[in-house]
Design a protein around this ligand. Structure first.
Ligand SMILES: *Cc1c(COP(=O)(O)O)cnc(C)c1O
Length: 357
């Protein structure tokens, strides 16, 4: 399928941000977006790159009522000599396909997705920030647009990709976070949609996150829905613990989002000879191994930060400093290695990097 390209009039192009240190996350957007329409007769059609504009939706559009809305999160990186890289983009494309299937939405054509993504990033390449650790955040999205009030899968959809330049996650170096263990509220239950990037999961997480903030914590440490005993994720990231010589992360049981960074951490650490265990890890075990000194590091993993050290957990009214409360050596090594692969600064043993220019 051809992608029609309609470029924004250069006279009304937005100024590029001058101070990259003030970019923050997801505050400003590039000049163009990629958009494709779907209906059950024509399938995916009308693929175009156009000036970014508000969407026109019927107030009855199904995404606004019953939550058929999925998304992805990925980045483009600027390397040496203005090269442009994506990181494992086919993983995001495949994951969005699985999210679509689970929410009874039509899978986007993988080749069209990749082609639209590459063309859009190249058209907007001047928006990719230059500062160390900065990048262009990419948000593929799919919404149901049928105007009808009945709970059923929509017949019409929009797929689009918007992009936002984002600053370095750690402009002043790592700062280990304090996280709040939520026992009352859960993120996802087995059999639900916790393993999809479905919009409703994030709405459902806000209340517990507000509670965490009120307790002075940065994020929620989510426990399993049934027993409220085993750790699952932290905020919108996966979670890892170093106990003894093992790197431990909860298994992809169905309620956990299969993070691409999680997979990269597992494969990279495995290649260094580290023993990786994907197994259930209870709060009791975390506290006892912390008390006897065998728990050395804890970190979250996700596209936004790569890895984020966890220094303290707040559980049942008490604070527990994990390890020595600082960023652990494995956390730091993983961060540096993945970052250098993403920016083209070192060889790429797994073939994760996609150079698009
Ligand atoms: C996106 C996300 C992650 C991390 O996935 P990455 O592919 O590593 O960015 C983890 N947990 C949740 C709930 C997420 O939404």
């Amino acid at each position: 399928m051809d992608i029609k390209v309609k470029k924004v009039d250069p006279k009304i192009m937005k100024p590029k941000p001058e101070d990259e240190s003030k970019l923050g996350f997801g505050q400003i957007f590039t000049d163009h977006f990629f958009i494709v329409e779907y209906d059950s007769d024509k399938g995916w059609h009308n693929a175009s790159i156009e000036p970014l504009r508000p969407l026109s939706l019927d107030p009855a559009a199904m995404c606004l009522h019953y939550g058929q809305e999925i998304f992805e999160g990925m980045k483009a990186y600027r390397g040496e000599n203005d090269s442009v890289y994506l990181f494992r983009p086919e993983e995001n494309i495949n994951r969005m396909g699985r999210s679509a299937e689970r929410l009874c939405m039509p899978p986007m054509d993988n080749d069209l997705f990749m082609e639209g993504l590459k063309q859009l990033v190249l058209l907007e390449r001047d928006w990719i920030p230059r500062g160390a650790g900065s990048s262009l955040y990419i948000r593929p999205t799919m919404i149901a647009t049928d105007a009808a009030l009945g709970v059923r899968p929509s017949d019409k959809y929009l797929f689009y990709i918007i992009m936002s330049p984002v600053g370095a996650y750690y402009p002043e170096g790592f700062s280990p976070t304090r996280i709040y263990v939520s026992e009352k509220y859960v993120r996802a239950a087995l059999g639900g949609v916790g393993d999809c990037k479905a919009a409703g999961n994030y709405a459902a997480s806000l209340y517990a996150t507000r509670e965490a903030t009120e307790k002075g914590c940065a994020q929620v440490l989510w426990l399993d829905a049934r027993e409220r005993k085993y750790v699952e994720e932290v905020g919108t990231s996966n979670i890892f613990f170093v106990i003894g010589d093992d790197l431990i992360t909860p298994p992809l049981s169905g309620s956990i989002l299969p993070g691409i960074t999680r997979d990269s951490v597992i494969r990279l650490a495995g290649s260094w000879g580290i023993n990786i265990l994907e197994r259930q890890l209870s709060m009791d075990e975390i506290l006892s191994s912390n008390a006897d000194g065998t728990l050395k590091e804890a970190f979250a993993s996700g596209t936004a930060a790569i890895v984020s050290p966890v220094g303290q957990i707040h559980y049942r009214g008490k604070d527990h400093v994990l390890g020595d409360g600082n960023t652990g050596p494995l956390t730091e090594k993983l961060y540096n290695e993945i970052l250098r692969i993403q920016y083209g600064e070192k060889e790429d043993p797994f073939g994760w990097r996609v150079k698009i220019s």
